[in-house]
Ligand binder design. Structure first.
Ligand code: GLN
Length: 534
């Protein structure tokens, strides 16, 4: 019998429900259980693919090509679960499916309502995720904050779920804030009481509270929260701010949250201590030996979440190289105004991430030229590869007007352009080259050294491709095409010789990096950046 954990959030947003869910997954996985994690997003978009990163943060792409919420990235980084299109469900998807069935005549004669039709569809999707993953525990994170109008159908479905599958098979964990009020020097439990009160009005009595706090919670305070919220005292879990997100599973483990959940489920599992994770991930993340500074030249720099997986992949590479990676966010539009030499002078490595649209492009191209000419390690991702190609065509091959047709439709030298099959597509949602594709790596290249194998699978999210018409010319001038998607002969990796580390890829390696297994492109990049500094 599959077990289900629902993770809700109260008081304010951004309390870390995603990391909480992922950490619960981690501690249960360490006990030998197969876990799956899924996220409900209460917005009406079908997926976040068409949203601006400032609205939503990064769009995380799964192997099967779903454009999903960035929390799925946490799920994959903390656990061994593989997320798919079944692991992220939005209000838009749920209504879309129900309305399509209504039009088809499947509910003939009936009035379609939120309860039971929408809630049934939500429950079906939970069961589908359980079935596809074959997990013994499915963790369901409900986006938004308790009290929001939008998330009500999801909470209602979560309430009903316990009736459907049995009391002992469902566990409710509620993430809440216990703020410290500086002026009075006190920790306040009232917001938590209110938030749990709202949850209970909906019919959900939490089994555990994950209390986000800046200060430690005394036994007395825990007792108070326990009494007012009707939650056993040992299930009032303190989640104090920590130095690394990868510590959270250890924090939960120390407070035996795994045991609390397992005993609710009546499960007896092998013991485990997370010692490896503690030593090789947390220990190294908190006590690095060296330090290196990496400039990320992007345009969504004001929002922490916009490049989430890239920050994490850099942190993993830091863990692997035993060094702290300091990130310098550089606005590519500032480079256009002030010049790359000024803004990148302190960087030991330059990373140009993915993106869309012309704004900031010329700054990215300048940054790449600076890295290429000054032999500063460079890693280009997706749009970063396209910009590297434009830069090389313009400044090393004399094609001054080289561009991508994304930025200038009638450019004289379209070194990056659309494939004929993409030109026909009119809809924007879900129509890019998405998900995992194979890439064949040529021997005796930097890419081969980095990956140590000749066939890799990496995730994509882009519409434009390198234009093969220019391959010969660029290669003659020294840009090497070391990775190819064989079926369509598309360029996946470009690199330079006579440079300590200059490599750019059409895919998104950041999605597959893990804290205990840094992605090789990032690992080598940080190694090169460290060596460049010596
Ligand atoms: N805008 C480019 C394209 O669509 C790059 C996309 C990206 O960087 N994710 O091809």
């Amino acid at each position: 019998m599959t077990k289900y954990i629902f993770v809700t959030g109260g008081v304010i947003s951004s309390l870390g429900k995603g990391i909480t869910s992922a950490s619960i997954g981690k501690i249960l996985e360490s006990r030998g259980l197969k876990v799956a994690l899924m996220k409900f997003d209460p917005y009406i978009n079908i997926d976040p693919g068409t949203m601006n990163p400032y609205q939503h943060g990064e769009v995380y792409v799964t192997d099967d090509g779903a454009e999903t919420d960035l929390d799925l990235g946490h799920y994959e980084r903390f656990t061994h679960t593989k997320t798919t299109k079944f692991n992220n469900v939005t209000t838009g998807q749920v209504y879309n499916a129900v309305i399509a069935r209504e039009r088809h005549g499947d509910y003939l004669g009936k009035t379609i309502q939120v309860i039971p039709h929408i809630t049934n569809e939500i429950k079906e999707r939970i069961k589908k995720a359980a079935e596809v993953s074959k997990a013994s525990v499915v963790i369901v994170e409900i986006g938004g904050t308790v009290g929001d109008i939008e998330s009500l159908p999801f909470l209602e479905a979560a309430r009903q779920f316990r009736l459907d599958v049995g009391y002992q098979n469902v566990f409710y964990a509620h993430v809440t804030l216990v703020p410290y009020i500086k002026a009075s020097g006190e920790i306040k439990t009232k917001p938590t009481q209110h938030s749990v009160g709202t949850l209970r009005e909906i019919g959900i009595q939490p089994d555990a509270l994950i209390c986000r706090t800046e200060e430690s919670l005394s036994e007395e305070l825990k007792e108070k929260i326990s009494l007012f919220c009707n939650v056993r005292k040992e299930a009032v879990i303190e989640a104090r701010d920590v130095g690394s997100i990868y510590q959270i599973p250890l924090v939960f483990k120390k407070q035996i949250l795994d045991e609390i959940i397992l005993s609710h489920f009546n499960l007896i599992c092998k013991f485990s201590d997370l010692k490896d994770w503690e030593k090789n991930v947390v220990g190294r993340a908190l006590q690095p030996q060296g330090k290196t500074k990496i400039a990320i030249v992007g345009k969504y720099i004001a929002l922490q979440d916009a490049y989430k997986s890239i920050y994490e992949a850099l942190a993993h590479a830091g863990i692997a190289n035993n060094c702290k990676v300091e990130i310098m966010m550089v606005d590519s539009e500032d480079i256009e105004k002030k010049g790359a030499d000024k803004l990148l002078a302190e960087a030991s490595g330059v990373l140009v991430p993915g993106g869309f649209g012309y704004r900031g492009i010329e700054g990215k191209i300048k940054a790449i030229r600076f890295a290429r000419e000054n032999k500063i390690p460079f890693l280009g991702l997706c749009l970063g590869m396209q910009c590297a190609v434009i830069e090389f065509a313009r400044n090393a091959c004399g094609l001054k007007e080289a561009n991508s047709t994304e930025f200038k439709l009638k450019t004289k030298y379209p070194v990056v352009s659309l494939l004929a099959e993409q030109e026909k597509i009119k809809d924007l949602g879900g129509t890019m080259r998405l998900g995992a594709y194979p890439c064949k790596i040529k021997k005796n290249t930097l890419a081969f050294k980095v990956f140590g194998q000749s066939l890799i699978w990496e995730r994509h999210r882009h519409r434009y491709e390198f234009n093969n018409k220019y391959r010969k010319l660029l290669e003659k001038k020294g840009l090497f095409f070391s990775g190819i998607y064989p079926k369509k002969n598309l360029v996946e990796i470009v690199e330079l010789k006579n440079h300590p580390y200059f490599i750019a890829v059409q895919f998104h390696p950041e999605f597959k990096s893990k804290p205990d297994k840094a992605h090789p492109l990032f690992k080598r990049f940080i190694k090169a950046a460290q060596e460049a500094k010596l």
